[in-house]
Ligand binder design. Structure first.
Ligand code: SF4
Length: 313
């Protein structure tokens, strides 16, 4: 008997988790392994902007093992060994995470992507980028790869509110994101969207509208996390000046559950938390591990008796 109307919803988790989606699709345990290709970002080098997004400090979301000076084959070997031993993973998706991983010449991109795909245990690649940094040539390269291998294009949107995007110095608009999603659709790869909750001036109701927007788009997957300030960022300076009030953990858990209830069951959930090393985390300092927040949100859905997509008509 199916406990939920949508078969994609995991009966214990009450959400469509990306890990279970990969298991359904590939028939084994699959892990994402982060690598650092040494890319930069057009919002930091001056071509789109300088200074970057107000919360950006790439140290906070990059595992220590991934340094651009280390050949990606070595980074992959280290990451795969870790996931094999710790989680029993059999196959891998190589995740180009740091900065903007489509922001280089086509030759450089093709070299990195194909070197990642060369390993027999690698199923495919996941490529993190900005909506305004995906050239037609890069899109064609990913489309070509997706003919035979798994590809996930991860687009950082962060907020659907243009005033917030301007305030956090994202350097792109909602329309640019929408246009890129349409360009990337129908190419046999997954599209993942990154969102953050907790920006200054953002309301819970305003944020929840993003679930309806995602529902209306060909988006396959979501990564959500709380806004947090880390050392050395403009957001941390705003916090010390009293201009940024961090979320309370209860607010975040409740809103994440509200968001999931409004999100269609077909959309897989890759992440519900952003962790930063405590030695550079300024606020909020919840100090949780990713899976602790994951289960806090799952437990909130259980407490409510709800599940992902239950509020959709
Ligand atoms: S787009 Fe990403 S890498 Fe670039 S400044 Fe913003 S958060 Fe940092």
């Amino acid at each position: 008997m199916k406990p939920f109307p949508d078969h994609q919803i995991h009966p214990d988790l009450r959400i469509n988790s990306y890990g279970h989606y990969l298991r359904r699709r590939f028939g084994c345990r699959v892990s994402k392994v982060n690598v650092d290709g040494g890319f930069t970002c057009p919002n930091r080098d001056g071509s789109k902007g300088t200074g970057g997004c107000v919360y950006c400090n790439n140290v906070s979301f990059s595992p220590k093992a991934t340094q651009p000076v280390i050949p990606i084959e070595e980074q992959m070997a280290q990451g795969m060994a870790y996931h094999r031993t710790r989680l029993g993973s059999e196959k891998f998706i190589i995740y180009f995470q740091k900065y903007t991983n489509t922001y280089a010449s086509l030759d450089v991109l093709a070299d990195f992507y194909h070197r990642a795909l060369d390993h027999p245990d690698v199923l495919g690649i996941s490529v993190g980028t900005r909506p305004d940094a995906l050239s037609d040539e890069a899109l064609e390269l990913l489309t070509e790869i997706a003919r035979t291998r798994y590809v996930c294009l991860e687009l950082g949107l962060q907020s659907i509110n243009d005033d917030i995007l301007a305030d956090i110095n994202r350097g792109h608009t909602l329309d640019e994101y929408l246009e890129t999603v349409q360009r990337a659709a129908g190419r046999n790869f997954d599209i993942c969207t990154h969102l953050i909750y907790g920006f200054p001036g953002e309301t819970r109701e305003g944020f929840l509208k993003s679930a309806n927007l995602i529902a209306s788009l060909p988006v396959d997957s979501i990564k959500l996390h709380q806004l947090h300030a880390v050392e050395g960022t403009e957001l941390a300076r705003r916090y010390f000046r009293g201009e940024y009030r961090p979320l309370k953990i209860e607010e975040y858990i409740a809103t994440a559950a509200d968001f999931l209830e409004r999100l269609p069951g077909r959309v897989t959930i890759q992440r519900l938390y952003g962790s930063a090393p405590l030695d550079i985390c300024v606020a909020p300092r919840w100090g949780l591990k990713n899976n602790q927040m994951w289960y806090a949100v799952v437990n909130e859905l259980k407490r409510r008796g709800t599940w992902q997509g239950c509020r959709r008509a």
